[in-house]
Design a protein around this ligand. Structure first.
Ligand SMILES: Nc1ncnc2c1ncn2[C@@H]1O[C@H](COP(=O)(O)OP(=O)(O)OP(=O)(O)O)[C@@H](O)[C@H]1O
Ligand SMILES: [Mg+2]
Length: 282
């Protein structure tokens, strides 16, 4: 099922999702999800709009109930005391801040410390931690700036810094590249990759940018209601294959998904199965 590298086979997974189904509005939006994420992995999740990517993340974070199956984070149910504060979440809406809130970058980043059970005001070590997080994401020169006066990419970095000050080992990012220019995207991806390699942080990142994920993630997941591909980026369908699939989609008048389900509804995830609306996933 998972093509996780052999070196991980003996490790204890950080996240374990077993046969999970989540229902929203009386409809199953994700079904039979099976997934193990190992410490130090950089997992990129792609899939079209409405495919259930954010739903999966919210279930892993314990923000959304699942109808069946089981989820464990560090061996414990999500939202349990032991897990709380160990996950840094950068939500899809994280960078949309209310315009009437006046907050400097430093103040916003310091909010990440509220996750920390040892928070008793900004002691010296916390101040240093904020400085370190700002430096890590490369926005220390913006610390006194109002967050409403940041570019999309700068704001995204501030949100990531906020997740970092919590000391989280597991970073979950939902579309962090949106609104960033190419240079900012590249440097953010490099930064996240460094977190994995230098600090053994684990990254679970949703993005519509397949090309960026192919270049950066160590493992890619294609999710559309269920996991249809899970494996190393070189095995992910090429852009040519995707373009071809988009051509086929026109021929089938948008019913491509049914074919995919028919042909590939079994468990062989090493064979990619791509449904319709991939243009949105590009
Ligand atoms: N709060 C909600 N209440 C009910 N249904 C929801 C809610 N949020 C999302 N859904 C539905 O659940 C399904 C999966 O949505 P989800 O947000 O997980 O998709 P996604 O893959 O993250 O999409 P996108 O790429 O657009 O962010 C969709 O059909 C969506 O309409
Ligand atoms: Mg989403």
């Amino acid at each position: 099922m998972s093509d996780a590298p052999a070196t991980h086979q003996m490790d204890v997974p950080l996240v374990q999702v077993e046969n999970v189904t989540v229902r929203r509005n009386r409809q199953d939006v994700i079904k039979d999800i099976n997934l193990k994420i190992y410490p130090g992995e950089f997992v990129g999740v792609v899939g079209p709009n409405g495919a259930g990517k954010s739903t999966l993340v919210q279930a892993i974070l314990g923000l959304l109930k699942y109808q069946s199956g089981n989820i464990l984070v560090a061996g414990k149910p999500p939202m349990s005391k032991e897990v709380f504060g160990k996950i840094g979440w950068v939500s899809q809406a994280a960078s949309h801040l209310p315009k009437n809130v006046r907050l400097t970058v430093r103040e916003m980043v310091s909010l990440g410390l509220f996750n920390n059970t040892n928070w008793f005001g900004l002691g010296r070590s916390n101040t240093a931690r904020i400085g370190e997080a700002l430096r890590m994401v490369g926005i220390e020169h913006l610390e006194s700036r109002d967050v409403n006066q940041l570019s999309g990419g700068e704001r995204q970095r501030a949100v990531i810094a906020r997740a970092l000050v919590s000391g989280a080992d597991f970073l979950v990012l939902d579309e962090p590249l949106v609104g960033m220019d190419r240079a900012s995207r590249t440097s953010l991806l490099k930064l996240l990759d460094d977190f994995c390699h230098d600090q053994n942080k684990t990254i679970f990142m949703i993005s519509h940018d397949i090309a960026a994920m192919r270049q950066t993630a160590h493992r890619m997941i294609y999710l559309e209601e269920t996991i249809r591909f899970d494996g190393p980026p070189p095995n992910f369908p090429s852009l040519e294959e995707l373009a071809l699939l988009r051509g086929i989609e026109d021929v089938h008048g948008g019913h491509h998904y049914d074919h995919a389900a028919e042909h590939c509804g079994g468990g062989d995830h090493s064979k990619p199965v791509i449904g319709d609306s991939l243009k949105e996933a590009e």
